[in-house]
Design a binder for this molecule. Structure first.
Ligand code: IMP
Ligand code: MG
Length: 174
């Protein structure tokens, strides 16, 4: 069986959309110091680009999360593998996610961060697969809505592979 990667979103399309999201976030958070919380590992590429598209003083922190095993199905159980390095009390927090699929991970993270007394918690996701939603979550800033396909690249993995692809693709087997 051979594997072939088909491009779903090119590096250029992603870059253009990230610039737009950065401009929107810059407009809305002007005068309000912002903490970007990058959800590891999948969001590291998106967060790095998004942070550079935001023209404001931001603090960046990381939250390590595991919701999938080696399979492509979510377990619904969210395990924290690395916590934030500082408190977020009184801060405006923007959670940066690679993809909202069932919504279980991001819903869990929003609830977790809210217990720490931030002034606000919003969500910025590069991708959204509404077909698989199991819980409704408001995505305040969204890159792209996609079909129910398992995608890789730009930080997203399949069994830890493909995170370094500069675009988002779909694996096809033949
Ligand atoms: P959720 O809890 O089902 O919304 O899953 C969110 C997490 O599952 C994301 O942060 C990704 O790490 C992973 N995930 C969901 N869909 C995909 C996909 O199509 N490709 C790679 N990872 C995915
Ligand atoms: Mg993942």
């Amino acid at each position: 069986m051979t594997e072939r990667l088909v491009t779903l979103l090119s590096a250029e399309e992603i870059a253009a959309r990230v610039r737009e999201l950065g401009a929107e976030i810059t407009r809305e958070y002007t005068g309000r110091p912002l903490v970007l919380v990058c959800v590891l590992k999948g969001s590291f590429v998106f967060a790095a680009d998004l942070a550079r598209a935001i023209d404001l003083p931001v603090r960046i922190d990381f939250l390590g999360v595991r919701s999938y095993g080696v399979d492509t199905e979510t377990s619904g159980v969210v395990q924290i593998t690395q916590d934030l390095s500082r408190p977020i009390e009184g801060e405006h927090v923007l959670l940066v996610e690679d993809i909202v699929d069932t919504g279980l991970t991001i819903a869990h993270l929003i609830n977790l961060l809210r217990t720490r007394g931030p002034t606000s918690v919003r969500v910025c996701a590069l991708l959204h697969k509404p077909a698989r939603a199991r819980i409704q979550v408001k995505i305040d800033y969204l890159g792209f809505t996609i079909e129910d396909r398992f995608v890789v690249g730009f930080g997203l993995d399949f069994a830890e592979r493909y995170r370094n692809l500069p675009y988002i693709g779909v694996i096809e087997h033949s």
